[in-house]
Design a protein around this ligand. Structure first.
Ligand SMILES: Cc1cc2nc3c(=O)[nH]c(=O)nc-3n(C[C@H](O)[C@H](O)[C@H](O)COP(=O)(O)OP(=O)(O)OC[C@H]3O[C@@H](n4cnc5c(N)ncnc54)[C@H](O)[C@@H]3O)c2cc1C
Length: 592
């Protein structure tokens, strides 16, 4: 059973991602390390004792559509009520509307724990938090006043409605339409698919954020507007009014996250009588909906990254526990009587250490991204720098962490042998649950395009160049630490950082020369290269900090393992970036 790794999480936040430094500089108001520890500890308790025990029933039972109503798995509605009673939904939400205004870093760390407990459950508040962010940034004062307090307390939940059958990665292709009404509201018509927690029985109302075209809007993504469409209309005194013209038509049968209802939503069908068209309110300006939605999606990209970290953590814990008990054969050097635990076999230890390194690396990357977001909001100087750093890190945090979730969960199944393929152990659930995360919130392929075409060129390439220089400093610190435990870490980091730098310069030049196809051919290998280099550097940063922190040596040896075993992949990835495009283009005929 999952046990929240509160110490690891706190250590990474404070010493790797920059929380302690931000506290010392007074950038986080009254927040001190004691309060951080207390919050993490209570979140860890709740995730371990309350959320995780309900994951399996959620997986087995799934969400069900009964007589037009979506029923969540047994115990989940109460779990949700208990969870919001703890104030967890509003951890980093604006204080003005009842939130606690704490740094995003803390919320992201807590999200990791909710997701390790039960990803399908954590998806519900994840979507609500995105809605809060979008409404806070773009909603009119009236909309904010009316909806934010209940979305922040968790009394109502939020959804994000982009996808339609013909409009997935390309949201500009959507067909849902909105018509203006004389009273300033709009009527919405259309079908949205794959809407997470689009309908459920855990709260009285659900607030949908919906993208649609106005009749006179420009075609494509420039003509999209964002609307707030409540399931039940809300009276001026905050009480619930009539049912709005939106309903869940069906639920998808999925590979994983069974407890999360994935809904086909129909707007404007007249199902409940009266005038057709779901009543909606404009969020932001007409035809500027995509900007608003990006606010929500950027938040969601990092929080989806956390799903990868979370599943990797839970899968690693389970695999280590299993490998410590399961006995088979005799490992070389095993002196005990009888068969050795499989953890003693070098190949099993290799799998487990790879799992651990990828988990800790993706955690550090994601927390560093959250730190950059916090600094962009709170640091008076350097605002632009931190905005750019957050922008650069977001696609890497999303993609590297969600890929790590799948890779680690798959290794977890392997460690369990045949029992991993049997549902009883729960190892298979992790893999099934993890597989969606590289797909939604912008596929990892789309993240790679974003990284290469929009993020590398930030400030004429000086943002990424500055970041690479910072990474070199970490390698230098490892070298000058003279600690034996690091082995070849400094040299391996040097080589990996050089691979990253060469690939970066090549991609920037290819784009400057108008060779976009060449650049895009290597975008995904580049994204992984970046994530691996960050993993090596952040594990080293943690290793260095563990010396001064008096923590045990396990961070240094894990860092060395990653540097000497995993980072050799960066040379091959760089080669694919700078030399792979021509053969890829030539080989396309093999697809016909
Ligand atoms: C369980 C689940 C929950 C979801 N929750 C929500 C939700 O709450 N709200 C919501 O709006 N949507 C939701 N989605 C939809 C999800 O965001 C989309 O599935 C995702 O954006 C991909 O779109 P698509 O499925 O149409 O795939 P496509 O866009 O058809 O992509 C297929 C493949 O082509 C690649 N591709 C597409 N375009 C390009 C391009 N321009 N360049 C390079 N490669 C490209 C993709 O990377 C991918 O590999 C959910 C989906 C699932 C399965």
């Amino acid at each position: 059973m999952y046990k929240a790794p509160v110490e690891d999480i706190a250590f990474t936040l404070k010493h790797v991602a920059g929380l302690s430094e931000a506290i010392e500089k007074g950038l986080l108001g009254e927040l001190g390390e004691d309060l951080v520890d207390a919050i993490l500890s209570e979140a860890g308790r709740f995730a371990t004792e309350e959320v995780a025990p309900l994951a399996e029933i959620g997986d087995r039972q799934g969400a069900r559509l009964i007589d037009g109503e979506v029923k969540t798995p047994d115990g989940w509605a109460k779990l949700y009520r208990d969870w919001i009673a703890g104030g967890w939904n509003g951890l980093s939400a604006p204080e003005e509307y009842g939130g606690q205004g704490l740094p995003h870093m803390l919320n992201v760390a807590a999200l990791e724990m909710w997701n390790s407990g039960a990803t399908a459950f954590a998806l519900c508040p994840t979507l609500s938090m995105g809605a809060v962010e979008a409404l806070s940034a773009h909603g009119s004062p009236e909309l904010r006043q009316k909806y934010l307090p209940k979305l922040i307390s968790g009394e109502w939940t939020g959804t994000m409605n982009l996808t339609e059958p013909q409009a997935g990665s390309d949201v500009g292709a959507l067909k849902s339409r909105a018509e203006r009404r004389d009273d300033g509201t709009y009527r919405l018509f259309g079908q949205k698919i794959f809407i997470t927690w689009g309908e459920h029985d855990a709260t009285d109302n659900i607030i949908h954020l919906v993208l649609a075209h106005l009749p006179d809007a420009p075609a494509g993504s420039r003509g999209i507007s964002l609307f707030l469409v409540p399931k039940f209309l809300v009276n001026d005194d905050g009480s619930l009014g009539a049912r709005n013209d939106v309903f869940c038509h069906s639920l998808e049968h999925k590979m994983g996250i069974h407890g999360s209802p994935t809904c086909t939503m129909i707007y404007g069908d007249g199902k409940f009588g009266g005038e057709k068209g779901a009543i909606g309110w404009l969020v932001g300006e007409e035809n500027k909906g995509l900007n608003c939605m990006f606010t929500m999606m950027n938040n969601a990209r990092l929080t989806v990254g956390m799903q990868g970290v979370a599943i990797a953590e839970a899968a690693t814990q389970k695999a280590i526990a299993y490998a410590s008990e399961r006995t088979q054969g005799r490992a070389p050097g095993w002196t005990g009587s009888g068969m050795s635990p499989i953890i003693e076999h070098p190949d099993v230890a290799r799998m487990l250490l790879t799992m651990k390194a990828l988990t800790q690396g993706s955690r550090a990357i994601s927390y560093a991204c959250a730190h950059a977001i916090d600094m962009a909001h709170r640091s008076a100087s350097d605002k632009q720098h931190w905005q750019e750093r957050a922008a650069l890190l977001t696609p890497i945090a999303k993609s590297f962490s969600t890929d790590a979730g799948v890779d680690v969960a798959s290794l977890g199944v392997q460690v369990h042998g045949g029992m991993g393929y049997i549902e009883e152990t729960g190892a298979a659930r992790f893999l099934r649950d993890a597989r969606i995360a590289p797909i939604y919130e912008g596929t990892n392929g789309i993240q790679a395009i974003d990284l290469v075409t929009r993020k590398l060129p930030l400030s004429n390439g000086t943002q990424v160049a500055g970041f690479i220089a910072e990474l070199r400093e970490i390698a230098d610190q490892v070298r000058s630490s003279n600690l034996d435990g690091f082995g070849e870490t400094a040299a391996r980091l040097d080589a990996a950082i050089a691979d990253l730098e060469q690939a970066t310069l090549w991609l920037l030049k290819a784009q400057a020369d108008g060779k976009l196809t060449d650049a895009l051919s290597g975008a995904t290998p580049y994204q992984r290269l970046f994530g691996l280099v960050l993993t090596g550097c952040y594990l080293a940063k943690g290793g260095l900090a563990s010396v001064s922190d008096g923590a045990n040596q396990s961070r240094i040896v894990l860092c060395r393992f990653a540097a000497e075993n995993l980072l050799s992949e960066t040379a091959a990835l760089k080669d694919r970036v700078v030399n792979g495009a021509e053969s890829l283009a030539a080989a396309r005929i093999a697809l016909s």
